[in-house]
Write a protein that binds this ligand. Structure first.
Ligand code: TPP
Length: 367
């Protein structure tokens, strides 16, 4: 008998779920999963994120801030998911582009300023704030998130770990290992993939030969979902359902939010060398902030006056963030040797002695 093996077909990309169109109209028959006051709450964080980007960009160009990764264009993916997380019990595990989500979760904004200034105090997460520090080493945050989620499950806590990462990070081994283990132990983890089209200059089209990344989830034994990442309502809807399932013991979910990085990867990047301006213009029409504002305007909750008022208030909030950061004492040279080991190793102690006495002329305060 001739055996005909059944090869599994490669999967087709599924159409991302969408509730709000570009004009801010709800899909026919759809109900908004966020009421107007929660939508306004999310919008405020989204607008703050964009204004903070603009200020940081200017400060970086003046040499007053280090390299950072802007979030412009990704605000709905970030806040739609964050609105489904409960700061009192859920953990947020960021990559490096999730500022407004961290702020809503209680991370103090001045710490972000300090982090971008290279100040050691910027790496400190206050007790009680369920946020992990930014992670620049791609995908290295994913195993931590699985550990956090699994730990909460073993302790019979109802929290979930929401971990953010990019399409580039999905090619790292840590992604596979994390999904595999999370599936086995049914860890309450939301894998929130922000597919922003690029991993620096590597386009999504050559990141993977797969049709999409969400469709990998069933192979790990849990659901995946594809969502319009520029649609606050749709991202909230799918994340809230995933969080609820995880709380009930249903295990992890992989959410692929299709969004777009509207600008440079970081302040050290020049996207004009590899991005087609027409593609960029197309995504500008899908701006996630405008979409929410247009939706709210239809409800009578948004107007030009309100927009102007909020922009003024938000600029003042950004001023305040920098002002509060400026009140921290400047870092000392000796800070370089703190916070890594509980007890300083002999080699590190030697380096510290040399640095502080010989190189810095014995001046402890030389930063
Ligand atoms: C392990 C590792 N390899 C390479 C890099 C260099 N690097 C920094 S960001 C980046 C692209 C990341 O793309 P993606 O995961 O899609 O996230 P995005 O920056 O687009 O949000 C790369 C390759 C790194 N930080 N870590």
């Amino acid at each position: 008998m001739r055996v005909e093996p059944q090869f599994l077909p490669s999967t087709e990309a599924v159409e991302p779920i969408r509730l709000l169109d570009e004009a801010g109209r709800l899909a026919p028959g759809a109900e908004a999963p966020l009421d107007p006051s929660r939508t306004l709450e999310a919008l405020r964080f989204m607008m703050f994120g964009r204004a903070f980007d603009a200020r940081c960009w200017s400060m970086q160009r003046q040499g007053r801030l280090g390299t950072f990764a802007p979030i412009t264009g990704q605000e709905a993916a970030i806040m739609g998911s964050a609105m489904a997380a409960d700061p009192a019990r859920d953990w947020l595990v960021p990559q490096y582009r999730e500022l407004p989500a961290l702020l809503r979760h209680g991370y103090p904004v001045e710490r972000v300023v300090l982090y971008r200034q290279g100040h050691p105090a910027g790496g400190f997460v206050p007790p009680g704030v369920r946020v992990m520090p930014y992670q620049v080493s791609l995908a290295a945050q994913l195993p931590h998130a699985v550990g956090i989620g699994w730990g909460m499950k073993l302790q019979a806590q109802s929290g979930v770990a929401m971990v953010y990462f990019g399409d580039g990070a999905s090619s790292e081994g840590d992604f596979h290992e994390s999904c595999n283990l999370a599936g086995i132990v049914d860890a309450p983890v939301i894998f929130l993939l922000q597919n922003n089209g690029w991993a620096i200059s590597t386009p999504r089209s050559i990141q993977t030969a797969g049709s999409d990344i969400a469709s990998r989830a069933p192979a790990y034994g849990f659901p995946g979902v594809s969502v319009d990442g520029n649609d606050l309502m749709a991202v909230y809807l799918v994340t809230a359902q995933a969080v609820e399932r995880a709380r009930q013991g249903g295990g992890p979910t992989l959410i692929e939010a299709h969004t777009y990085r509207m600008g440079a990867h970081t302040t050290a990047d020049d996207p004009s060398r590899y991005v087609d301006p027409e593609t960029e213009k197309g995504w500008a029409r899908r701006d996630p902030i405008l979409r929410v504002q247009r939706y709210l305007a239809q409800l009578g909750e948004w107007s030009e006056d309100r927009d102007a008022q909020w922009r003024k208030e938000i600029e003042a909030d950004v001023d305040d963030a920098f002002e509060r950061a400026s009140r921290f004492p400047p870092p000392r040279a000796s800070d370089l040797y703190e916070h890594v080991f509980d007890e300083v190793t002999p080699a590190l102690a030697r380096q510290r002695r040399w640095h502080l006495q010989e190189a810095a002329g014995g001046d402890e305060e030389t930063g």
